[in-house]
Design a protein around this ligand. Structure first.
Ligand code: ATP
Length: 344
Protein backbone atom coordinates (compact mmCIF):
# COMPACT_ATOMS: atom_id res chain seq x y z
CA UNK A 1 0.00 0.00 0.00
CA UNK A 2 3.03 2.26 0.12
CA UNK A 3 2.33 2.80 -3.58
CA UNK A 4 -0.85 4.59 -2.65
CA UNK A 5 1.03 6.86 -0.28
CA UNK A 6 3.66 7.63 -2.87
CA UNK A 7 1.11 8.50 -5.53
CA UNK A 8 -0.72 10.65 -3.02
CA UNK A 9 2.49 12.54 -2.29
CA UNK A 10 3.06 13.04 -5.99
CA UNK A 11 -0.46 14.38 -6.44
CA UNK A 12 -0.04 16.92 -3.69
CA UNK A 13 3.56 18.10 -3.89
CA UNK A 14 2.71 21.53 -2.53
CA UNK A 15 0.93 20.23 0.51
CA UNK A 16 3.79 20.20 2.97
CA UNK A 17 4.38 23.92 2.33
CA UNK A 18 1.61 25.83 4.01
CA UNK A 19 -0.02 22.62 5.23
CA UNK A 20 -2.14 22.91 8.34
CA UNK A 21 -0.79 19.56 9.48
CA UNK A 22 2.55 18.19 8.39
CA UNK A 23 3.93 14.96 9.79
CA UNK A 24 7.05 13.34 8.34
CA UNK A 25 8.82 10.17 9.40
CA UNK A 26 7.10 10.29 12.77
CA UNK A 27 7.92 7.52 15.23
CA UNK A 28 6.91 6.94 18.81
CA UNK A 29 8.35 4.21 20.95
CA UNK A 30 6.94 3.68 24.42
CA UNK A 31 9.67 2.19 26.53
CA UNK A 32 8.43 -0.52 28.86
CA UNK A 33 10.03 -2.52 31.65
CA UNK A 34 13.34 -1.94 33.41
CA UNK A 35 15.53 -2.82 30.44
CA UNK A 36 13.04 -1.50 27.89
CA UNK A 37 12.46 -5.08 26.80
CA UNK A 38 8.75 -4.49 26.47
CA UNK A 39 8.99 -1.31 24.47
CA UNK A 40 6.28 -0.74 21.90
CA UNK A 41 6.62 1.10 18.62
CA UNK A 42 3.24 2.80 18.49
CA UNK A 43 4.11 4.90 15.40
CA UNK A 44 6.58 3.61 12.82
CA UNK A 45 7.45 6.32 10.35
CA UNK A 46 4.25 8.21 9.62
CA UNK A 47 3.95 10.74 6.78
CA UNK A 48 0.78 12.81 6.63
CA UNK A 49 -0.26 16.21 5.37
CA UNK A 50 -3.60 17.97 5.63
CA UNK A 51 -4.51 21.31 4.10
CA UNK A 52 -6.94 24.04 5.05
CA UNK A 53 -10.63 23.12 4.85
CA UNK A 54 -10.02 19.39 4.82
CA UNK A 55 -11.90 16.93 6.96
CA UNK A 56 -9.18 14.37 7.42
CA UNK A 57 -10.18 11.01 8.88
CA UNK A 58 -7.85 8.62 10.63
CA UNK A 59 -9.01 5.02 10.74
CA UNK A 60 -7.46 1.96 12.26
CA UNK A 61 -8.12 -1.05 14.44
CA UNK A 62 -7.53 -1.04 18.18
CA UNK A 63 -3.91 -0.44 19.06
CA UNK A 64 -3.07 0.98 15.61
CA UNK A 65 -1.59 4.15 17.10
CA UNK A 66 -4.41 6.66 16.50
CA UNK A 67 -4.52 8.01 20.06
CA UNK A 68 -0.75 8.25 20.13
CA UNK A 69 -0.81 10.27 16.92
CA UNK A 70 -3.47 12.60 18.35
CA UNK A 71 -1.47 13.01 21.56
CA UNK A 72 1.62 13.91 19.53
CA UNK A 73 -0.39 16.49 17.57
CA UNK A 74 -1.69 17.97 20.81
CA UNK A 75 1.85 18.15 22.14
CA UNK A 76 1.15 15.93 25.15
CA UNK A 77 3.28 13.00 23.94
CA UNK A 78 6.80 13.63 22.68
CA UNK A 79 7.64 11.77 19.49
CA UNK A 80 10.75 9.61 19.42
CA UNK A 81 11.80 10.94 16.03
CA UNK A 82 10.44 12.71 12.98
CA UNK A 83 8.69 15.98 12.23
CA UNK A 84 5.26 17.03 13.50
CA UNK A 85 4.20 20.55 12.59
CA UNK A 86 0.90 22.41 12.80
CA UNK A 87 0.70 25.64 10.80
CA UNK A 88 4.45 25.40 10.27
CA UNK A 89 5.15 25.39 14.02
CA UNK A 90 6.29 22.48 16.15
CA UNK A 91 3.42 20.67 17.82
CA UNK A 92 3.21 21.66 21.45
CA UNK A 93 4.52 25.18 20.80
CA UNK A 94 2.33 27.98 22.15
CA UNK A 95 1.72 29.25 18.59
CA UNK A 96 0.51 25.83 17.40
CA UNK A 97 -1.60 25.12 20.48
CA UNK A 98 -3.45 28.42 20.24
CA UNK A 99 -4.81 27.38 16.85
CA UNK A 100 -6.01 23.92 17.87
CA UNK A 101 -9.32 22.89 19.45
CA UNK A 102 -9.80 19.40 20.86
CA UNK A 103 -12.81 17.28 21.64
CA UNK A 104 -11.63 14.26 23.66
CA UNK A 105 -13.34 10.89 23.39
CA UNK A 106 -14.96 11.22 26.80
CA UNK A 107 -15.40 14.87 27.65
CA UNK A 108 -16.92 15.36 31.09
CA UNK A 109 -18.77 18.63 31.67
CA UNK A 110 -19.81 19.21 35.29
CA UNK A 111 -23.49 18.41 35.71
CA UNK A 112 -24.22 21.69 37.49
CA UNK A 113 -23.43 23.63 34.28
CA UNK A 114 -25.83 24.95 31.72
CA UNK A 115 -24.59 25.08 28.12
CA UNK A 116 -23.94 28.80 28.56
CA UNK A 117 -22.07 28.53 31.87
CA UNK A 118 -20.00 25.61 30.53
CA UNK A 119 -18.91 27.63 27.51
CA UNK A 120 -18.11 30.60 29.74
CA UNK A 121 -15.94 28.30 31.85
CA UNK A 122 -14.01 27.00 28.81
CA UNK A 123 -13.72 30.54 27.45
CA UNK A 124 -12.11 31.71 30.70
CA UNK A 125 -9.71 28.75 30.52
CA UNK A 126 -8.66 30.04 27.08
CA UNK A 127 -8.02 33.49 28.52
CA UNK A 128 -11.01 35.18 26.87
CA UNK A 129 -12.68 38.24 28.44
CA UNK A 130 -16.38 38.40 29.38
CA UNK A 131 -17.46 40.32 26.26
CA UNK A 132 -15.66 37.96 23.90
CA UNK A 133 -17.08 34.96 25.78
CA UNK A 134 -20.65 36.21 25.55
CA UNK A 135 -20.39 36.97 21.81
CA UNK A 136 -18.70 33.69 20.96
CA UNK A 137 -21.13 31.71 23.10
CA UNK A 138 -24.09 33.08 21.14
CA UNK A 139 -22.39 32.26 17.83
CA UNK A 140 -21.53 28.74 18.87
CA UNK A 141 -24.87 27.89 20.45
CA UNK A 142 -26.38 28.83 17.13
CA UNK A 143 -23.85 26.80 15.16
CA UNK A 144 -24.35 23.62 17.20
CA UNK A 145 -28.14 23.99 17.39
CA UNK A 146 -28.38 24.66 21.12
CA UNK A 147 -29.66 28.23 20.97
CA UNK A 148 -32.73 28.39 23.19
CA UNK A 149 -31.51 25.46 25.31
CA UNK A 150 -28.58 27.40 26.74
CA UNK A 151 -30.01 27.85 30.25
CA UNK A 152 -30.92 24.19 30.76
CA UNK A 153 -28.80 21.97 32.95
CA UNK A 154 -26.47 19.78 30.88
CA UNK A 155 -27.55 16.89 33.10
CA UNK A 156 -30.80 16.85 31.12
CA UNK A 157 -29.09 16.91 27.73
CA UNK A 158 -29.31 13.98 25.33
CA UNK A 159 -25.99 12.44 24.32
CA UNK A 160 -26.22 14.19 20.96
CA UNK A 161 -26.77 17.61 22.58
CA UNK A 162 -23.92 16.92 24.96
CA UNK A 163 -21.54 16.09 22.11
CA UNK A 164 -22.57 19.22 20.20
CA UNK A 165 -21.84 21.23 23.33
CA UNK A 166 -18.48 19.43 23.43
CA UNK A 167 -17.82 20.64 19.89
CA UNK A 168 -18.73 24.17 20.94
CA UNK A 169 -16.27 24.09 23.87
CA UNK A 170 -13.51 22.99 21.50
CA UNK A 171 -14.34 25.97 19.28
CA UNK A 172 -14.50 28.69 21.95
CA UNK A 173 -11.13 30.24 21.09
CA UNK A 174 -11.91 30.02 17.36
CA UNK A 175 -9.22 27.49 16.44
CA UNK A 176 -8.29 26.80 12.82
CA UNK A 177 -7.76 23.09 13.40
CA UNK A 178 -10.19 20.92 15.29
CA UNK A 179 -9.13 17.49 16.51
CA UNK A 180 -12.11 15.24 17.22
CA UNK A 181 -11.66 11.92 18.95
CA UNK A 182 -14.61 9.60 18.30
CA UNK A 183 -17.14 12.48 18.29
CA UNK A 184 -20.11 10.28 17.38
CA UNK A 185 -19.31 7.30 19.56
CA UNK A 186 -22.44 6.06 21.33
CA UNK A 187 -24.79 8.41 19.46
CA UNK A 188 -27.94 7.29 17.70
CA UNK A 189 -28.38 8.14 13.99
CA UNK A 190 -30.11 11.43 14.83
CA UNK A 191 -27.28 12.41 17.18
CA UNK A 192 -24.67 11.42 14.59
CA UNK A 193 -26.42 13.45 11.96
CA UNK A 194 -26.39 16.50 14.27
CA UNK A 195 -22.63 16.23 14.82
CA UNK A 196 -22.06 15.64 11.11
CA UNK A 197 -23.98 18.80 10.22
CA UNK A 198 -21.76 20.83 12.56
CA UNK A 199 -18.63 19.32 11.00
CA UNK A 200 -19.89 20.23 7.53
CA UNK A 201 -20.66 23.79 8.63
CA UNK A 202 -17.16 24.11 10.06
CA UNK A 203 -15.61 22.87 6.84
CA UNK A 204 -17.58 25.50 4.95
CA UNK A 205 -16.07 28.09 7.29
CA UNK A 206 -12.61 26.87 6.19
CA UNK A 207 -11.70 25.03 9.38
CA UNK A 208 -9.57 21.93 9.13
CA UNK A 209 -10.83 18.89 10.98
CA UNK A 210 -8.83 15.88 12.03
CA UNK A 211 -11.25 13.11 12.88
CA UNK A 212 -10.60 9.84 14.64
CA UNK A 213 -13.59 7.57 14.28
CA UNK A 214 -14.18 3.86 14.03
CA UNK A 215 -17.58 4.40 12.40
CA UNK A 216 -16.58 3.79 8.80
CA UNK A 217 -19.82 5.00 7.24
CA UNK A 218 -19.42 8.20 9.21
CA UNK A 219 -15.92 8.75 7.89
CA UNK A 220 -17.08 7.92 4.39
CA UNK A 221 -19.83 10.54 4.60
CA UNK A 222 -17.92 13.40 6.08
CA UNK A 223 -14.19 13.12 5.28
CA UNK A 224 -12.51 14.67 2.28
CA UNK A 225 -9.49 12.39 2.81
CA UNK A 226 -8.75 9.38 4.94
CA UNK A 227 -5.62 7.69 6.26
CA UNK A 228 -5.70 4.07 7.31
CA UNK A 229 -3.32 3.24 10.12
CA UNK A 230 -2.43 -0.25 11.24
CA UNK A 231 0.35 -1.35 13.58
CA UNK A 232 1.83 2.12 13.62
CA UNK A 233 2.08 2.51 9.84
CA UNK A 234 -0.04 4.28 7.27
CA UNK A 235 -1.49 1.70 4.88
CA UNK A 236 -3.26 4.11 2.56
CA UNK A 237 -4.08 7.83 2.21
CA UNK A 238 -6.51 9.53 -0.13
CA UNK A 239 -10.15 10.29 -0.74
CA UNK A 240 -12.47 7.33 -0.26
CA UNK A 241 -12.89 7.17 -4.02
CA UNK A 242 -9.14 7.16 -4.70
CA UNK A 243 -8.55 4.49 -2.10
CA UNK A 244 -11.37 2.16 -3.04
CA UNK A 245 -10.47 2.52 -6.73
CA UNK A 246 -7.31 0.54 -5.95
CA UNK A 247 -9.23 -2.36 -4.46
CA UNK A 248 -8.47 -5.63 -6.15
CA UNK A 249 -11.73 -7.30 -5.13
CA UNK A 250 -15.21 -6.66 -6.50
CA UNK A 251 -18.35 -6.83 -4.42
CA UNK A 252 -21.69 -8.11 -5.69
CA UNK A 253 -25.17 -8.23 -4.27
CA UNK A 254 -27.45 -11.07 -5.38
CA UNK A 255 -31.06 -11.80 -4.57
CA UNK A 256 -31.95 -15.43 -5.02
CA UNK A 257 -35.04 -17.53 -4.57
CA UNK A 258 -34.49 -21.05 -3.40
CA UNK A 259 -36.75 -24.03 -4.07
CA UNK A 260 -35.27 -25.71 -1.04
CA UNK A 261 -34.93 -22.89 1.49
CA UNK A 262 -34.14 -25.18 4.41
CA UNK A 263 -31.01 -26.34 2.57
CA UNK A 264 -30.05 -22.98 1.17
CA UNK A 265 -27.68 -21.92 3.94
CA UNK A 266 -25.73 -25.19 3.65
CA UNK A 267 -25.72 -24.94 -0.13
CA UNK A 268 -24.30 -21.44 -0.06
CA UNK A 269 -21.47 -22.51 2.19
CA UNK A 270 -20.62 -25.52 0.11
CA UNK A 271 -20.68 -23.56 -3.13
CA UNK A 272 -18.26 -21.05 -1.60
CA UNK A 273 -15.90 -24.01 -1.20
CA UNK A 274 -16.52 -25.18 -4.75
CA UNK A 275 -15.48 -21.85 -6.22
CA UNK A 276 -12.62 -21.52 -3.71
CA UNK A 277 -14.02 -18.47 -2.03
CA UNK A 278 -13.12 -17.68 1.58
CA UNK A 279 -16.31 -18.01 3.59
CA UNK A 280 -15.64 -14.63 5.21
CA UNK A 281 -15.99 -13.08 1.74
CA UNK A 282 -19.56 -14.28 1.51
CA UNK A 283 -22.44 -13.27 3.73
CA UNK A 284 -26.12 -14.00 3.34
CA UNK A 285 -29.43 -13.51 5.08
CA UNK A 286 -32.92 -14.78 4.51
CA UNK A 287 -35.07 -11.80 3.57
CA UNK A 288 -38.42 -13.60 3.47
CA UNK A 289 -39.38 -17.26 3.09
CA UNK A 290 -37.10 -18.74 0.47
CA UNK A 291 -35.68 -15.38 -0.58
CA UNK A 292 -32.02 -14.84 0.21
CA UNK A 293 -29.71 -11.87 -0.11
CA UNK A 294 -26.04 -12.61 -0.74
CA UNK A 295 -23.05 -10.27 -0.49
CA UNK A 296 -19.89 -11.61 -2.11
CA UNK A 297 -16.47 -10.11 -2.49
CA UNK A 298 -14.61 -11.72 -5.39
CA UNK A 299 -10.97 -11.58 -6.40
CA UNK A 300 -11.59 -12.64 -9.98
CA UNK A 301 -14.44 -12.00 -12.35
CA UNK A 302 -14.47 -15.71 -13.33
CA UNK A 303 -15.63 -16.50 -9.79
CA UNK A 304 -18.86 -14.65 -10.52
CA UNK A 305 -19.71 -16.93 -13.45
CA UNK A 306 -18.88 -19.95 -11.33
CA UNK A 307 -21.02 -18.65 -8.49
CA UNK A 308 -24.01 -18.04 -10.78
CA UNK A 309 -23.61 -21.51 -12.37
CA UNK A 310 -23.45 -23.19 -8.97
CA UNK A 311 -26.48 -21.33 -7.68
CA UNK A 312 -28.55 -22.31 -10.69
CA UNK A 313 -27.41 -25.93 -10.66
CA UNK A 314 -28.72 -26.03 -7.08
CA UNK A 315 -32.25 -24.98 -8.13
CA UNK A 316 -31.91 -21.35 -7.10
CA UNK A 317 -33.34 -18.69 -9.32
CA UNK A 318 -31.37 -15.45 -9.52
CA UNK A 319 -33.70 -12.49 -9.25
CA UNK A 320 -31.23 -9.65 -9.04
CA UNK A 321 -27.50 -9.19 -9.46
CA UNK A 322 -25.74 -5.91 -8.85
CA UNK A 323 -22.13 -4.78 -8.69
CA UNK A 324 -21.61 -2.69 -5.57
CA UNK A 325 -19.39 0.35 -5.33
CA UNK A 326 -16.57 -0.71 -2.99
CA UNK A 327 -16.99 0.81 0.43
CA UNK A 328 -14.48 2.06 2.92
CA UNK A 329 -15.26 -1.04 4.93
CA UNK A 330 -14.18 -3.26 2.01
CA UNK A 331 -10.93 -1.32 1.79
CA UNK A 332 -10.42 -1.39 5.54
CA UNK A 333 -10.88 -5.14 5.66
CA UNK A 334 -8.53 -5.65 2.73
CA UNK A 335 -5.79 -3.48 4.21
CA UNK A 336 -6.22 -4.31 7.83
CA UNK A 337 -8.32 -7.48 7.89
CA UNK A 338 -8.53 -9.50 11.03
CA UNK A 339 -4.85 -9.05 11.68
CA UNK A 340 -4.76 -5.28 12.02
CA UNK A 341 -4.64 -5.16 15.79
CA UNK A 342 -1.40 -5.20 17.69
CA UNK A 343 -1.79 -8.81 18.69
CA UNK A 344 1.28 -10.34 17.18
P1 ATP B 1 -7.62 2.24 20.35
O1 ATP B 1 -8.46 2.33 19.11
O2 ATP B 1 -7.77 0.93 21.03
O3 ATP B 1 -7.76 3.41 21.25
P2 ATP B 1 -5.22 3.31 19.19
O4 ATP B 1 -5.19 3.12 17.71
O5 ATP B 1 -5.65 4.63 19.70
O6 ATP B 1 -6.09 2.16 19.83
P3 ATP B 1 -2.86 3.68 20.80
O7 ATP B 1 -3.66 3.91 22.05
O8 ATP B 1 -2.17 4.84 20.21
O9 ATP B 1 -3.75 2.95 19.69
O10 ATP B 1 -1.80 2.54 21.14
C1 ATP B 1 -0.84 2.10 20.19
C2 ATP B 1 0.04 1.08 20.92
O11 ATP B 1 0.82 1.75 21.90
C3 ATP B 1 -0.74 0.00 21.66
O12 ATP B 1 -0.02 -1.20 21.54
C4 ATP B 1 -0.75 0.48 23.08
O13 ATP B 1 -0.81 -0.62 23.98
C5 ATP B 1 0.58 1.20 23.18
N1 ATP B 1 0.56 2.30 24.15
C6 ATP B 1 -0.27 3.35 24.13
N2 ATP B 1 0.01 4.19 25.15
C7 ATP B 1 1.03 3.65 25.83
C8 ATP B 1 1.78 4.04 26.98
N3 ATP B 1 1.54 5.16 27.62
N4 ATP B 1 2.77 3.20 27.40
C9 ATP B 1 3.05 2.06 26.74
N5 ATP B 1 2.38 1.64 25.63
C10 ATP B 1 1.39 2.42 25.18
Amino acid sequence: MSQLNESQDRENPEQSQGAVLDVQGLTKRYSGGVFKRNSIEALRGIDLQAGQGEVFGILGPNGAGKTTLIKVLLGVVKPTSGIAHLFGQSVGSVEARKRVGYLPESLRIDRHHTARSALAYYGRLSGMNATAISKRTDELLDLVGLAGRDRESVSRFSKGMYQRLGLAQALMHDPDLLILDEPTDGLDPVGRNGVRRVIEALREQGKTIFLNSHILQEVELVCTRVAILARGKIRGVGSVEELTHHLSSETYLLHIESNRPSECADQIESLAQQIELDTERLSYREVTDGQFELHVSLNERSQLDALVDCLRENQNSIQHLEKKRPSLEDLFMQLVGDHGGRTE
